[in-house]
Design a protein around this ligand. Structure first.
Ligand code: G4P
Length: 285
């Protein structure tokens, strides 16, 4: 699937996706919106609610293997309180995937009842999978459809290229028609998506980004960083000093005993993205 960094968010591009989604609405019963459980708000598309035209919606908090389990619980109850059904999944190992079909059936219980009353009990429920790049849409579809990736024939009325996949248990999935954008005009959102690697980290220089990550993590996850890099007491140190200390602990020296903070920054971001210092969520409800 395309990556954010490869995409230019031209207004024309966005208009095209909006149109394609609108055209697809008449073919679907619900929308499954995939978000990154580490940044459940920042990884949402700001216009999807409006584009979904009132279709029932299910949120999938994906990558929950990398997110803080307590935070994921808070997000699940927050979505529930706000009347949005949500489940936590991990498409890498498959955890939680089994709850997708029952969740869709619960979400669409009225539709199932209506089909039953019309004698059309076997008809598949049709769900559009939506989400900004890198949240794991392809991984989810591959995981739930299984190794065979049973593609359904293009259907009448569906724009060529729209892809349908059949899921065991009576659900057909429509892959996002077009590419959805993140809320890229919000600086904090951009930063968080850069931390997770969803967007290219050149929105800021690498050292600044790593320093911002340290500032973001220190209040809640300071111990994780201190333990990972055996930093000892970091009281009173600013983020640059912490980054330098991390570089020193890892023996990242340039000539003359100076610390290579650029290398330390790259390593820190890399280790955060692969959850090396634990399961972390960057935003709470
Ligand atoms: P997209 O279609 O929405 O663009 O996302 P895609 O499935 O391509 O997933 C983006 C990256 O996130 C991939 O990593 C994928 O393996 C990873 N990913 C997806 N779901 C999960 C999950 O639940 N947990 C974890 N830990 N990772 C997940 P990649 O580095 O781009 O590729 P690769 O490592 O799979 O080769």
């Amino acid at each position: 699937m395309a990556e954010i960094q490869d995409i230019q968010w031209f207004p024309g591009h966005m208009t095209r996706t909006k149109r394609k989604i609108k055209e697809s609405l008449k073919l679907i019963d619900a929308v499954a919106e995939i978000v990154d459980a580490r940044v459940p708000m920042s990884s949402r598309n700001p216009d999807l609610t409006e584009m979904s035209g009132g279709k029932p919606r299910l949120i999938l908090l994906n990558k929950c293997d990398m997110a803080d389990p307590e935070a994921t619980k808070k997000w699940l109850s927050w979505f529930e309180k706000n009347g949005i059904k949500a489940i936590a999944v991990d498409c890498k190992s498959g955890t939680g995937i089994k709850s997708f079909t029952p969740a869709v059936k619960e979400l669409l219980s009225d539709r199932l009842m209506a089909l039953k009353n019309k004698g059309m009990e076997g008809k598949a429920l049709r769900v559009m999978v939506a989400g900004i790049p890198n949240v794991g849409k392809s991984s989810f579809i591959n995981r739930i459809v299984g190794g065979t990736k049973a593609k359904v024939e293009d259907r009448p009325g569906v724009t060529r290229g729209n892809q349908w996949f059949s899921v065991h248990g009576g659900i057909d999935l429509l892959d996002t028609p077009g590419v959805l954008w993140p809320k890229f005009d919000d600086k904090i959102v951009g930063e968080r998506l850069a931390f997770t690697g969803a967007i290219r980290d050149n929105i800021l220089d690498t050292e600044t980004l790593a320093m911002r990550l340290i500032e973001t993590l220190m209040p809640m996850y300071g111990d994780n960083i201190r333990e990972r890099y055996k930093l000892g007491d970091t009281e009173g140190l600013d983020s640059y000093e912490i980054l330098t200390l991390i570089g020193r602990k890892r023996g990242m020296l340039i000539g003359g005993g100076e610390i290579d903070t650029e290398r330390a920054a790259i390593m820190l971001l890399d280790e955060f993205r692969s959850a090396k210092f634990g399961r972390i969520t960057l935003e709470l409800p």
